[in-house]
Write a protein that binds this ligand. Structure first.
Ligand code: HEC
Ligand code: HEC
Length: 351
């Protein structure tokens, strides 16, 4: 890692609670990024280096960051379902956070945590409330990890937030971060084809993830050793409430990050292949998350590719699962604009 280590740039940059994520229009107007002018307003993670963990002192913060890093790359060994201490079994599967958040959550367009500390608190449509970074960690605990929430005051939660804080040093609130989230490439404007995807899977994925999608373990089931190649479906993978279960998320992650070794600049799959293989893996059995009908209570903010009812509009369930998504997304945008316009004129307007 690089010597560009800047541990003490902290909340001083958080002048206003501004978020780069979509906010309801009213909040957006009131919050603009107004940090000191010498703070970077745009950051490209492709040319950004994070600090050196080993250079951190052996104090509370340094130890928490190091534990957070270990929890990220070897989640299964600390809070996985096969660890000896049963009270520590928070994850329901043997994935690691880094199974998706690659390179210890620093890889551009693989949902990196670099800079993420500056984007919370953040409005999230799934909960329709302002969410903290700890809420977000627990979102992945309950869905991506098919497990249960970490207590807010646990050493593990503090370690995750310390590590995310460390990775975010130097990136101010309100900065535009290139490389955040997943690549913005649009998906093919058609229904995805899981049968064609099965063929892509056999040619490009099964060598590592297995014909049965169950991955390749480091050891034997039950030994807590985790995976060399993680499962992409089955009981030991992410559940159907996870972001990766949604077609557009899986499409964008896979297109820029799989087969392992590729990145967004150096891809192997075509958009069509990535789209169809995402449909294939997300048509296979996996754990079920209860209560998803209460996700995205504002139905006009429910993403087009959420495959669970209820939805606003009359699009068929098949279309929410496999697409084409653009007609749904366009309709949602238009409906929200119409609603906002009506609210501004109506007697309920709060300004
Ligand atoms: C199966 C893949 C997967 C795994 C495993 C996973 N995540 Fe995530 N994570 C995602 C996806 C996809 C997103 C972004 C999309 C979304 O909003 O759901 C995300 C988003 C996040 C974010 C917010 C990032 C941002 O840009 O705002 C945090 C923080 C996070 N995850 C933490 C964790 C932690 C901690 C773990 C391990 C305990 C973990 N994740 C495991 C897929 C995963
Ligand atoms: C060379 C081995 C290899 C190949 C080939 C490969 N992967 Fe992966 N995949 C990995 C590894 C290893 C990870 C964990 C992240 C990392 O370490 O980069 C992963 C992670 C994933 C994840 C997120 C974690 C999970 O378990 O769900 C998905 C989804 C995924 N791969 C899908 C695919 C698809 C689809 C293909 C084929 C287009 C593919 N992979 C090809 C090795 C591979």
């Amino acid at each position: 890692m690089s010597p560009r280590f800047t541990p003490l740039i902290t909340a001083s940059a958080t002048v206003l609670a501004f978020s780069i994520a979509p906010l309801p229009s009213a909040a957006q107007e009131d919050n603009s990024p107004t940090g000191p002018e010498d703070m970077p307003q745009e950051v490209d993670l492709n040319d950004w280096s994070v600090g050196d963990i080993d250079a951190l002192p052996d104090d509370e913060y340094g130890r928490a960051v190091r534990y957070g890093h270990a929890l990220t790359v070897e989640t299964h060994a600390h809070i996985g379902p096969e660890v000896e201490d049963e009270s520590m079994r928070y994850s329901g599967n043997n994935l690691d956070c880094a199974s998706c958040h690659q390179d210890a959550a620093t890889k551009p367009f693989a949902m990196p945590w670099t800079g993420v500390a500056a984007t919370f608190p953040q409005y999230r449509g799934r909960e329709n409330t302002l969410q903290t970074v700890e809420d977000r960690v627990n979102g992945c605990m309950e869905r991506s990890m098919n497990g249960r929430a970490l207590p807010l005051d646990s050493a593990e939660m503090r370690a995750f937030s310390a590590y995310i804080h460390f990775l975010s040093a130097g990136i101010p609130v309100g900065a535009k971060v290139t490389g955040a989230g997943t690549i913005p490439d649009p998906a093919p404007d058609r229904a995805a084809d899981p049968v064609a995807g099965e063929q892509v899977y056999a040619e490009q994925c099964s060598v590592c993830h297995g014909d049965d999608g169950h991955g390749m373990r480091n050891g034997e089931p039950g030994d807590g050793e985790g995976y060399l190649y993680p499962p992409v479906f089955g009981d030991d993978s992410y559940n159907d409430g996870a972001g990766m279960y949604r077609m557009l998320m899986a499409y964008r992650f896979i297109l820029a990050n799989m087969p392992q070794g590729v990145d967004h600049e150096d891809r192997i799959l075509t958009p069509d292949e990535a789209y169809d293989v995402a449909a294939y893996i997300n048509s296979q059995p996996r754990g079920h998350k209860e209560g998803m009908e209460s996700d995205f209570p504002d139905r006009l903010r429910k993403p087009a590719d959420m495959p669970f009812e209820p939805w606003a509009g009359d699009f068929l369930p098949e279309q929410h699962k496999y697409g084409p998504f653009k007609p749904i997304a366009d309709w949602l945008v238009a409906e929200r604009a119409a609603r906002d316009a009506a609210e501004e004129e109506g007697p309920q307007a709060d300004e």
